[in-house]
Design a protein around this ligand. Structure first.
Ligand SMILES: Nc1nc2c(ncn2[C@@H]2O[C@H](COP(=O)(O)OP(=O)(O)O)[C@@H](O)[C@H]2O)c(=O)[nH]1
Ligand SMILES: [Mg+2]
Length: 258
Protein backbone atom coordinates (compact mmCIF):
# COMPACT_ATOMS: atom_id res chain seq x y z
CA UNK A 1 0.00 0.00 0.00
CA UNK A 2 1.33 3.45 -0.83
CA UNK A 3 1.68 5.92 2.00
CA UNK A 4 -0.83 8.77 2.27
CA UNK A 5 0.09 12.21 0.91
CA UNK A 6 0.56 14.65 3.77
CA UNK A 7 0.85 18.43 3.85
CA UNK A 8 2.23 19.80 7.12
CA UNK A 9 1.03 23.35 7.73
CA UNK A 10 2.71 25.41 10.43
CA UNK A 11 0.68 28.48 11.45
CA UNK A 12 3.17 31.06 12.64
CA UNK A 13 2.62 34.44 14.23
CA UNK A 14 5.39 36.35 16.00
CA UNK A 15 7.42 33.28 16.83
CA UNK A 16 10.87 34.21 15.49
CA UNK A 17 12.51 32.58 18.51
CA UNK A 18 10.72 29.27 18.16
CA UNK A 19 10.10 28.67 14.45
CA UNK A 20 13.68 27.52 13.76
CA UNK A 21 13.41 24.90 16.50
CA UNK A 22 10.11 23.66 15.05
CA UNK A 23 11.67 23.25 11.60
CA UNK A 24 14.88 21.56 12.75
CA UNK A 25 12.63 18.89 14.27
CA UNK A 26 12.07 17.69 10.69
CA UNK A 27 14.83 15.11 10.33
CA UNK A 28 15.22 12.93 7.23
CA UNK A 29 13.01 10.19 8.65
CA UNK A 30 10.09 12.54 9.25
CA UNK A 31 10.60 14.41 5.96
CA UNK A 32 10.41 11.09 4.13
CA UNK A 33 6.91 10.55 5.54
CA UNK A 34 5.44 13.86 4.39
CA UNK A 35 5.13 15.56 1.01
CA UNK A 36 5.31 19.25 1.86
CA UNK A 37 5.96 21.44 4.88
CA UNK A 38 4.54 24.95 4.69
CA UNK A 39 5.24 27.58 7.29
CA UNK A 40 2.24 29.91 7.00
CA UNK A 41 3.05 33.30 8.46
CA UNK A 42 0.20 35.55 9.47
CA UNK A 43 1.85 38.92 8.79
CA UNK A 44 4.02 38.71 11.89
CA UNK A 45 5.44 42.00 13.12
CA UNK A 46 8.71 40.34 14.14
CA UNK A 47 11.21 38.42 11.98
CA UNK A 48 9.34 35.12 11.88
CA UNK A 49 9.55 34.90 8.08
CA UNK A 50 13.31 35.55 7.97
CA UNK A 51 13.93 33.08 10.79
CA UNK A 52 11.86 30.41 9.03
CA UNK A 53 13.63 31.03 5.71
CA UNK A 54 17.02 30.77 7.40
CA UNK A 55 16.11 27.47 9.07
CA UNK A 56 14.66 26.10 5.83
CA UNK A 57 17.88 26.96 3.96
CA UNK A 58 19.94 25.22 6.63
CA UNK A 59 17.88 22.05 6.41
CA UNK A 60 18.10 22.23 2.62
CA UNK A 61 15.02 20.21 1.71
CA UNK A 62 12.89 21.41 -1.19
CA UNK A 63 9.86 20.07 0.67
CA UNK A 64 10.01 23.01 3.11
CA UNK A 65 8.52 26.33 1.99
CA UNK A 66 7.74 29.58 3.79
CA UNK A 67 4.45 31.21 2.90
CA UNK A 68 2.65 34.31 4.10
CA UNK A 69 -1.04 35.02 4.21
CA UNK A 70 -2.34 38.05 2.29
CA UNK A 71 -3.97 39.29 5.49
CA UNK A 72 -4.01 38.28 9.14
CA UNK A 73 -6.54 35.46 9.16
CA UNK A 74 -5.81 34.45 12.74
CA UNK A 75 -5.35 30.83 13.76
CA UNK A 76 -8.70 29.56 12.45
CA UNK A 77 -8.33 31.37 9.15
CA UNK A 78 -4.89 29.81 8.75
CA UNK A 79 -6.45 26.36 9.21
CA UNK A 80 -8.77 27.28 6.33
CA UNK A 81 -5.77 28.29 4.19
CA UNK A 82 -4.08 24.99 5.07
CA UNK A 83 -7.09 22.80 4.23
CA UNK A 84 -7.78 24.62 0.95
CA UNK A 85 -4.11 24.46 -0.04
CA UNK A 86 -3.86 20.76 0.84
CA UNK A 87 -6.88 20.09 -1.33
CA UNK A 88 -5.37 22.00 -4.27
CA UNK A 89 -2.11 20.08 -3.89
CA UNK A 90 -3.98 16.77 -3.99
CA UNK A 91 -3.02 15.76 -0.45
CA UNK A 92 -4.80 13.09 1.61
CA UNK A 93 -4.10 14.67 4.99
CA UNK A 94 -3.21 18.05 6.42
CA UNK A 95 -1.18 18.10 9.62
CA UNK A 96 -1.29 21.27 11.68
CA UNK A 97 1.71 21.98 13.87
CA UNK A 98 1.82 25.26 15.79
CA UNK A 99 4.83 27.40 14.98
CA UNK A 100 5.68 28.35 18.55
CA UNK A 101 7.38 25.07 19.46
CA UNK A 102 4.98 23.96 22.18
CA UNK A 103 4.64 20.52 20.63
CA UNK A 104 7.53 18.25 19.63
CA UNK A 105 7.84 18.17 15.86
CA UNK A 106 9.04 14.55 15.88
CA UNK A 107 5.85 13.40 17.62
CA UNK A 108 3.99 14.06 14.37
CA UNK A 109 5.25 10.56 13.53
CA UNK A 110 2.94 9.10 16.17
CA UNK A 111 -0.05 10.63 14.44
CA UNK A 112 1.09 9.44 11.02
CA UNK A 113 1.53 5.91 12.44
CA UNK A 114 -2.16 5.92 13.41
CA UNK A 115 -3.25 7.30 10.02
CA UNK A 116 -1.30 4.63 8.15
CA UNK A 117 -2.61 1.85 10.34
CA UNK A 118 -6.22 3.05 10.47
CA UNK A 119 -7.05 4.83 7.20
CA UNK A 120 -10.73 5.07 8.16
CA UNK A 121 -10.07 7.57 10.97
CA UNK A 122 -11.06 11.11 10.01
CA UNK A 123 -8.86 13.04 12.43
CA UNK A 124 -5.99 12.10 14.70
CA UNK A 125 -5.80 14.64 17.47
CA UNK A 126 -2.77 15.29 19.64
CA UNK A 127 -3.89 15.30 23.25
CA UNK A 128 -2.31 17.19 26.16
CA UNK A 129 -4.44 15.71 28.91
CA UNK A 130 -4.13 11.91 28.74
CA UNK A 131 -2.20 9.91 31.30
CA UNK A 132 0.63 9.35 28.84
CA UNK A 133 0.78 13.02 27.76
CA UNK A 134 3.76 15.08 28.93
CA UNK A 135 2.83 18.57 30.03
CA UNK A 136 5.37 21.23 31.06
CA UNK A 137 4.64 24.74 32.30
CA UNK A 138 0.86 24.45 32.66
CA UNK A 139 -0.64 25.42 36.02
CA UNK A 140 -2.76 22.80 37.77
CA UNK A 141 -5.74 25.16 37.44
CA UNK A 142 -5.35 25.15 33.67
CA UNK A 143 -4.97 21.37 33.53
CA UNK A 144 -8.03 20.69 35.69
CA UNK A 145 -10.06 23.40 33.98
CA UNK A 146 -9.40 21.64 30.68
CA UNK A 147 -10.14 18.22 32.16
CA UNK A 148 -13.48 19.47 33.54
CA UNK A 149 -14.48 20.91 30.16
CA UNK A 150 -13.39 17.72 28.37
CA UNK A 151 -15.55 15.72 30.76
CA UNK A 152 -18.55 17.97 30.10
CA UNK A 153 -18.00 17.52 26.36
CA UNK A 154 -17.66 13.74 26.66
CA UNK A 155 -20.90 13.47 28.64
CA UNK A 156 -22.96 15.73 26.44
CA UNK A 157 -21.77 14.44 23.08
CA UNK A 158 -21.66 10.88 24.47
CA UNK A 159 -18.27 10.27 22.93
CA UNK A 160 -14.75 10.60 24.33
CA UNK A 161 -13.52 14.18 23.99
CA UNK A 162 -10.06 14.54 25.43
CA UNK A 163 -8.72 17.83 24.07
CA UNK A 164 -10.55 20.78 22.53
CA UNK A 165 -7.59 21.67 20.39
CA UNK A 166 -3.91 21.11 20.86
CA UNK A 167 -1.36 22.39 18.39
CA UNK A 168 -0.56 19.04 16.78
CA UNK A 169 -3.26 17.35 14.72
CA UNK A 170 -3.67 15.33 11.54
CA UNK A 171 -6.85 15.81 9.51
CA UNK A 172 -8.05 13.60 6.66
CA UNK A 173 -9.13 15.87 3.82
CA UNK A 174 -11.95 13.70 2.46
CA UNK A 175 -13.93 14.47 5.64
CA UNK A 176 -13.45 18.19 5.01
CA UNK A 177 -14.43 18.17 1.32
CA UNK A 178 -17.81 19.69 2.31
CA UNK A 179 -15.99 22.93 3.25
CA UNK A 180 -18.24 23.41 6.25
CA UNK A 181 -15.18 24.69 8.08
CA UNK A 182 -15.31 27.90 6.04
CA UNK A 183 -18.19 28.95 8.28
CA UNK A 184 -16.30 28.41 11.53
CA UNK A 185 -14.76 31.34 13.40
CA UNK A 186 -11.30 32.52 12.42
CA UNK A 187 -10.07 32.79 15.99
CA UNK A 188 -8.41 30.26 18.26
CA UNK A 189 -11.78 28.57 18.93
CA UNK A 190 -11.85 27.26 15.32
CA UNK A 191 -10.71 23.90 16.69
CA UNK A 192 -13.75 23.71 18.97
CA UNK A 193 -16.10 24.37 16.04
CA UNK A 194 -14.27 21.73 14.03
CA UNK A 195 -14.45 19.15 16.82
CA UNK A 196 -18.18 19.73 17.37
CA UNK A 197 -18.76 19.45 13.63
CA UNK A 198 -16.93 16.13 13.59
CA UNK A 199 -19.24 14.96 16.38
CA UNK A 200 -22.21 16.16 14.34
CA UNK A 201 -21.00 14.26 11.28
CA UNK A 202 -20.08 11.22 13.40
CA UNK A 203 -16.56 11.21 12.01
CA UNK A 204 -14.30 8.69 13.71
CA UNK A 205 -11.61 10.38 15.79
CA UNK A 206 -8.57 9.20 17.66
CA UNK A 207 -6.80 11.07 20.45
CA UNK A 208 -3.07 10.44 20.78
CA UNK A 209 -1.02 11.58 23.80
CA UNK A 210 1.65 14.18 23.00
CA UNK A 211 4.18 16.34 24.81
CA UNK A 212 3.34 20.00 25.23
CA UNK A 213 5.30 22.75 26.88
CA UNK A 214 5.01 26.42 27.69
CA UNK A 215 8.52 27.71 28.26
CA UNK A 216 9.37 30.85 26.25
CA UNK A 217 6.12 30.99 24.27
CA UNK A 218 3.73 33.88 24.47
CA UNK A 219 0.18 32.59 24.71
CA UNK A 220 -2.42 34.79 23.08
CA UNK A 221 -5.26 32.61 24.29
CA UNK A 222 -7.16 34.02 27.24
CA UNK A 223 -7.92 30.83 29.07
CA UNK A 224 -11.00 31.87 30.94
CA UNK A 225 -12.54 33.37 27.82
CA UNK A 226 -11.77 30.26 25.75
CA UNK A 227 -13.21 28.07 28.54
CA UNK A 228 -16.50 29.94 28.72
CA UNK A 229 -16.76 30.03 24.92
CA UNK A 230 -16.19 26.26 24.89
CA UNK A 231 -19.12 25.69 27.26
CA UNK A 232 -21.36 28.05 25.31
CA UNK A 233 -20.52 26.29 22.05
CA UNK A 234 -21.23 22.90 23.63
CA UNK A 235 -24.73 23.94 24.69
CA UNK A 236 -25.47 25.55 21.35
CA UNK A 237 -24.41 22.29 19.71
CA UNK A 238 -26.56 20.19 22.04
CA UNK A 239 -29.64 22.30 21.35
CA UNK A 240 -29.00 22.58 17.60
CA UNK A 241 -28.30 26.25 17.75
CA UNK A 242 -25.00 26.27 15.87
CA UNK A 243 -24.74 29.23 13.53
CA UNK A 244 -22.06 29.46 10.88
CA UNK A 245 -20.87 32.64 9.25
CA UNK A 246 -20.78 32.96 5.49
CA UNK A 247 -17.24 32.89 4.12
CA UNK A 248 -15.89 31.89 0.74
CA UNK A 249 -12.59 30.20 -0.08
CA UNK A 250 -11.19 33.22 -1.92
CA UNK A 251 -11.19 35.24 1.32
CA UNK A 252 -8.25 33.13 2.50
CA UNK A 253 -5.29 33.77 0.25
CA UNK A 254 -1.67 32.87 0.81
CA UNK A 255 1.51 32.30 -1.14
CA UNK A 256 5.30 32.12 -0.95
CA UNK A 257 6.73 34.83 1.33
CA UNK A 258 9.07 37.41 -0.19
N1 LIG B 1 -2.49 34.59 18.34
C1 LIG B 1 -2.32 34.29 17.08
N2 LIG B 1 -1.71 33.14 16.80
C2 LIG B 1 -1.54 32.82 15.52
C3 LIG B 1 -1.99 33.66 14.49
N3 LIG B 1 -1.69 33.08 13.34
C4 LIG B 1 -1.08 31.95 13.62
N4 LIG B 1 -0.95 31.77 14.94
C5 LIG B 1 -0.31 30.62 15.59
O1 LIG B 1 -1.25 29.92 16.35
C6 LIG B 1 -0.63 29.18 17.37
C7 LIG B 1 -1.45 29.27 18.66
O2 LIG B 1 -1.46 30.56 19.19
P1 LIG B 1 -1.04 30.84 20.70
O3 LIG B 1 -1.17 32.27 20.92
O4 LIG B 1 0.30 30.22 20.93
O5 LIG B 1 -2.17 30.07 21.54
P2 LIG B 1 -2.00 28.93 22.65
O6 LIG B 1 -0.87 28.06 22.23
O7 LIG B 1 -3.30 28.21 22.63
O8 LIG B 1 -1.74 29.61 23.92
C8 LIG B 1 0.79 29.70 17.46
O9 LIG B 1 1.65 28.75 16.86
C9 LIG B 1 0.74 30.96 16.65
O10 LIG B 1 2.02 31.21 16.05
C10 LIG B 1 -2.62 34.88 14.82
O11 LIG B 1 -3.03 35.67 13.98
N5 LIG B 1 -2.76 35.15 16.14
MG1 LIG C 1 0.99 28.54 21.62
Amino acid sequence: MSRPKILVAIPAYNCEKQIGRVLTGFDDALLARVDKVLVIDNISSDSTVAAAQRAARQIGSDKIEVWQNKGNYNLGGTHKVAFLTGEKMGMDYVAILHGDDQAKTKELSRLIDVAEKHPSIGAILGCRFMKESKLTGYSWQRVWGNRAINLAYSIIVARPSKDLGSGLNLFRLSDLADHRYLGFGDTITFNIDLLLDYFQKKTSLKFVPISWREVDQISNARNFKVGSTAIKKLFNWRFNYVKFAHHTADEYRSGPAK
